[in-house]
Design a protein around this ligand. Structure first.
Ligand code: NOJ
Length: 743
């Protein structure tokens, strides 16, 4: 449809009809019979029959047959036969579930995200979905926050690359949403949601403008520059005003500064929640504030639907505000080609052949293997480590995750646990009878730190049952040379509304670890987790640790691939793993202080703790390989540059081990002195380098002015002369450095 025709259509719509384009309801309003809807969901939410007939979009409905029927029924009743938009959270896969976003971040390879989102878009499109609420690009620094599993970590540079790649994966690089199997992408949660105080979900955010701009806003901007069709508001306040009602944030920053002209949707009932934040008196005021702030769609509250008409009639808001929002929604429908083809790619046949197809599973397996991070792999006296496993060593696979298929994440709402491959299944395929198994314990026991707060005990067990599982595991561990222990967080311990005050593995698993360790010291721990954990004990009692995150549908296969050395581990931590929870929030790119404490110092008046280290247990960017790769000193081709010039930093890597390895070489830069305090160092580049045994390669990073500038509190890009330090290495603590001057 041409823009002219779209405007004509808008001009022909009644005020309430336009307002209803701004309403999003869930599928309950469309799948029950009309009577039930009127007396059930609609009554409960204060929604009229007319609103249901005209709501512009639907949340959480998929399945080709069902969505086509809903679309047909809806369009028949909608006064202008305007199609409705089908939206849903497709976060790390539709049915073929890829590793969770935090794991994808660990790959240090945005192409993984692009591929995962491309496949997710295909599978979602054939089920009739038009739009996904993804990617979540919120910067995170506090492992207590449950939603770190949905993010790609603590670094703005890395997050921005992933934001771009994910949007391009869902929408395609051209941004042409009529393309087959492409869906609209929604960057969320604008803005700063990841900085909730004390890591408690939905909590207040307080920060300085320079920090907001320099760290937090960049990844949203990257998603918008990649042409994301939608942005979602966040639940938190920004400078005291809830994001959805924050005019400065939405009109000045998002629309004007960032140039976003797509659809701005509120998070679930976030418009109504401005009342509970204490900035709106009632739903009417909430609607007024949020429409004035420029929020187009009201997700699952009736604030807009029940109040905007009256606000216009009473002269409190201009109808133009409604037109602006309704037009954007119509434009999105038009960009997706829905006026010509309201089902878009919904296709019952393709649903059967494409979803969970072999190529999709292969891609998910490949992706998962590349996200695993080897944190520890100590050698014994004869120079052998537990990993990779060797055929001649008798090995036992023990732990509650051996046969668990629940290895996606709490946001893989469209995925099916039953289609996941467990480690046990993959190991039986691979080793036949050579590997021995024991469960050891349930994922959650009667842990003090978990179930009581979750309101339910997940795995009710008697003491005898518990002891029996422990005893079987211990007996087995006595008979083998190596034990691989599969431990970690339960799915319910991460995700939305799953903030934690303790960052340890469940107590019952820690007990299993101790008991197995008492009879066999050759332990490799494979850790399932959606967040950084306190690994002091795990690290003390094991010789190897492989973090496999929430690996998704093909997790079991990918894990066995890496355990056997068919593929080497090559992930790096996208978030610091703290020494203990008291360090949170912790991130490598912290500001310098006036009292810097050298690691391990005992000096008193320094910026440190008296009862624990200042440094994390495993730093950002850290991860080992199965081989040994050496690195030469970093060399700069010059030690001065001007703002239009460039410097190349070079190192040579050599694989001196006896297997192939993939290292992730990282470039960090420190601005030694500037007009505002600068981070100790910041990631400015990285490269994945594959080396065969004995091979060497020279790698160069180009340093140009854009890697040296920063954003001030007013949003200006500032470049200041002076000294800079360049660090090149295998993680964020590298001391391989050189200096230069920007003239
Ligand atoms: C609330 C979550 O915060 C958001 O991320 C999600 O997209 C919506 N619910 C819709 O499911």
């Amino acid at each position: 449809m041409t823009q002219e025709k779209l405007l004509e259509l808008l001009g022909d719509m009644s005020l309430q009809e336009k307002i209803d384009q701004l309403l999003q309801l869930n599928e309950n309003f469309y799948t029950g019979n009309e009577q039930e809807v009127a007396t059930g969901p609609a009554r409960d939410m204060g929604i009229t029959e007319e609103d249901v007939k005209c709501a512009g979009s639907i949340l959480g409905s998929y399945g080709a047959k069902k969505t086509k029927k809903i679309q047909d029924d809806y369009m028949a009743k909608q006064p202008h036969h305007i199609p409705m938009l089908f939206m849903m959270d497709v976060i790390h896969g539709m049915k073929t579930i890829f590793p969770a976003p935090i794991a994808q971040g660990a790959a240090f390879d945005p192409n993984i995200a692009k591929m995962a989102c491309d496949i997710a878009a295909r599978e979602a499109a054939v089920t009739g979905l038009h739009c996904t609420f993804s990617p979540m690009v919120d910067l995170v620094r506090d492992a207590r926050w449950g939603r770190v599993v949905e993010s790609t970590g603590e670094d703005p540079y890395l997050n921005s690359l992933y934001a771009k790649a994910s949007v391009e994966g869902f929408q395609g690089e051209s941004g042409d949403l009529t393309e087959k199997f492409k869906i609209a992408s929604c960057v969320k949660h604008f803005a700063g949601y990841g900085a909730a105080e004390a890591g408690r979900d939905y909590n207040t955010v307080e920060m300085s403008r320079p920090a907001f701009r320099e760290y937090y806003l960049k990844s949203y901007k990257a998603g918008i520059d990649a042409k994301a069709a939608l942005v979602m508001t966040s639940f938190n306040t920004v400078e005291g005003v809830p994001a959805s009602a924050n005019k400065w944030l939405m009109r000045d920053i998002l629309r004007k500064e960032m140039g976003f002209d797509g659809v701005l949707i509120s998070d679930y009932a976030a418009i109504e929640e401005t009342i509970y934040h204490g900035v709106s008196e009632d739903k009417r005021e909430a609607a007024k504030k949020c429409i004035e702030a420029g929020v187009d769609i009201d997700m699952m509250s009736n604030c807009y639907a029940a109040n905007l008409k009256k606000l216009v009639e009473d002269g409190e808001i201009d109808e133009k505000l409604i037109d602006e929002g309704a037009l954007r929604v119509l434009e999105l429908k038009n960009k997706l080609g829905l006026f010509e083809n309201p089902y878009k790619d919904a296709d019952e046949k393709l649903e059967k052949t494409m979803i969970l197809s072999e190529p999709h599973r292969i891609a998910a397996r490949e992706a998962a293997a590349r996200t695993f991070v080897l944190l520890k792999n100590d050698k014994d006296d004869s120079g052998f480590s537990v990993l990779p496993l060797r055929e001649e060593k008798k090995t036992a696979f023990i732990g509650p995750f051996v046969d668990s298929k629940d290895i996606m994440s709490s946001w893989a709402v469209t995925g099916d646990v039953s289609s996941c491959v467990s480690v046990g299944q993959a190991a039986r395929e691979n080793f036949g009878k050579k590997v021995l198994f024991a469960k050891g314990c349930e994922i959650l026991g009667d842990d003090v730190h978990v179930p009581s707060f979750m309101g339910e005990v997940h795995y009710p067990q008697t003491e005898e049952e518990k002891e029996k599982l422990f005893a079987e595991a211990v007996e087995l561990a006595k008979t083998v040379e190596n034990v691989v222990l599969f431990l970690g967080e339960d799915t319910s311990q991460t995700g939305e509304a799953a903030s934690r005050g303790f960052l340890d593995i469940p107590e019952v698993q820690s007990e299993l670890l101790k008991r197995v360790h008492a009879v066999n010291k050759n332990i490799a721990v494979v850790l399932f987790t959606g967040r950084p954990l306190d690994l002091r004990e795990v690290s003390k009692l094991s010789r190897s640790i492989l973090v496999v995150w929430r690996p998704g549908t093909e997790g079991g296969h990918a894990i066995v691939d890496v355990l056997t050395g068919k593929r080497g581990p090559c992930g790096k931590l996208p978030m610091s793993f703290p020494y203990c929870v008291g360090q949170e929030p912790i991130h490598y790119d912290r500001l310098a202080t006036g009292r810097f404490a050298e690691p391990g110092t005992k000096e008193k008046f320094k910026s440190r703790y008296i009862d624990m280290p200042t440094e994390p247990l495993y730093p950002f960017g850290f991860g080992l390989t199965y081989t040994d790769i050496t690195m030469s000193e970093v060399k700069l081709d010059r030690n001065e540059m001007t703002k239009d010039g460039k410097i190349t930093a070079t190192v040579t890597l050599k694989n001196i081990g006896d297997v192939v390895g993939v290292e992730t070489l990282q470039l960090y830069i420190k601005d030694v002195k500037a007009s505002i305090a600068r981070p100790m160092r910041q990631l400015k580049g990285f490269e994945k380098v594959e080396l065969m045994p004995g091979n060497a390669r020279e790698i160069g990073f180009e340093i140009t002015a854009d890697k040296l500038s920063f954003v001030d509190g007013d949003g200006n890009e500032v470049l200041e002369k002076g000294d800079f330090e360049v660090y090149v290495g295998f993680d964020s603590t590298t001391e391989n450095k050189a200096s230069f001057v920007l003239k």
